[in-house]
Design a protein around this ligand. Structure first.
Ligand SMILES: [Zn+2]
Ligand SMILES: [Zn+2]
Length: 397
């Protein structure tokens, strides 16, 4: 039982944002020996040719073959990847699924989408949220340090994803939910308030980190998309992941990449704070004016085999194109708001201190991402998702 999370169980809210929000999860247990509260039979997902467990076709078929037709319910025991495999199989075989996280490494446990690698491409497939989550603190305490650090990295990314969402709200009139944004911020603050406890893996530290991760997942469930919890820091992370996959290099932990990318994006928010309205207006007048034509050309140059998929994401057939000149005028007009959004992002040095407190990587070098890849991602990761972020703002300046 968790006082912080229990109030959200099965909740349905007619929100001030205009949407009706539903939380389909019926039970969340975070305590020692939580696993004793469920009964299981096993499918152990095998490693692929790379020696990794990946959420890909092979793993999905294995779980389907291992699941007796008589099974009523599936239980995911593992971290993010295992959850994505089971979430997808449960959804497609019309069975409910339960979650038993073995590491507090990612905020995707409570989410609906399953990021899967299909024919070498990563895509998020709509699936289902777990009916219940059983997080055993004794199991979480034995997770590798890198996975605990990754969980904190994924959480710190909320600072920049929330800022990106605010930019979309102010500059493009994007739908914004105060409740979901507030919960996401509370989720990350639950964690940063207990960093020493998290570093020492105490029950309180692990409880707060797990609560933060699940609460962030709930805030995504409320709005039905990942906007509150995923901005440019995630787009950088996805870009690195896709390049590593293409080059057949070992995968990196999602939250480790997000943590490092959050520092990079916070540096870019800090740079915005230093630009006066006059300087911004001058840059907007001179800067690059992207168009669908130039963007599509660029995407074909850098995304290779994936280019058509990326173009479809950026320019959906039924979408309305954003006029770059009108957007520039809007940015100039709203520069005070942009600066206020930038000021709300913690300083890069603060983010680095938080990551270091749990021994997480803070630079691309420590992560094993080379400078050329960082540079390429800062240019082109904005195309990963058709979503307004600080990367999309900065290329207009
Ligand atoms: Zn994430
Ligand atoms: Zn709302």
């Amino acid at each position: 039982m968790s006082e912080i999370l229990d109030v959200w169980i099965g909740k349905s809210i007619d929100c001030a944002c205009g949407l009706r929000h539903e939380v389909p999860i019926r039970r969340i247990i975070i305590e020692r020996d939580a696993l004793a509260q469920v009964k299981v039979s096993l499918s152990v997902i095998r490693e692929n040719a790379m020696g990794e467990v990946a959420a890909d076709e092979e793993a999905i078929v294995q779980v389907m073959l291992d699941t007796p037709l008589s099974s009523k319910i599936l239980l995911a025991v593992g971290a993010g990847t295992v959850h994505d495999i089971v979430r997808f199989v449960a959804h497609r075989t019309k069975r409910p699924f339960l979650s038993e996280p073995t590491a507090p490494s990612v905020d995707g446990f409570a989410s609906v989408g399953a990021p899967l690698i299909v024919r070498g491409f990563k895509q998020t497939i709509p699936a289902c949220a777990p009916e219940a989550i059983f997080a055993d603190l004794a199991v979480l305490a034995k997770a590798p340090q890198a996975m605990i650090a990754a969980g904190l990295g994924d959480m710190l990314g909320k600072h920049t994803s929330l800022a990106d969402w605010s930019l979309g709200r102010v500059l493009l009139g994007e739908h914004y939910c105060e409740l979901s944004a507030r919960l996401t911020l509370e989720a990350v603050e639950l964690c940063t308030a207990q960093l020493a406890e998290i570093a020492q893996r105490t029950d309180l530290g692990l409880l707060r980190l797990m609560e933060g991760l699940i609460l962030s997942g709930l805030s995504m469930l409320l709005v039905g998309h990942s906007r509150p919890a995923s901005g440019a820091e995630h787009h950088l992370s996805h870009y690195w992941e896709m390049v590593l996959l293409q080059q057949r290099r070992r995968a990196l932990l999602h939250g480790a990449k997000v943590g490092v990318a959050t520092v990079l994006m916070a540096q870019r928010y800090q740079a915005l704070q230093g630009l006066t309205a006059d300087e911004a207006a001058a840059r907007l007048a001179q800067g690059h004016v992207p168009s669908e034509l130039t963007d599509a050309e660029r995407i074909r140059q850098v995304y290779g085999d994936m280019a058509e998929m990326v173009i479809a994401e950026n320019f959906p057939a039924n979408g309305t194109a954003v006029d770059a000149q009108a957007l520039k005028a809007r940015i100039a007009e709203k520069w005070g708001d942009v600066q206020a959004i930038a000021r709300a992002v913690p300083a890069p040095a603060q983010l680095i201190a938080w990551l270091e407190a749990v021994q997480g990587p803070v630079t691309p070098e420590q992560l094993g991402v080379e400078p050329e890849l960082v540079e390429a991602s800062l240019q082109d990761a904005l195309f990963v998702r058709n979503r307004f972020t600080n990367l999309r703002l900065q290329r207009l300046l």
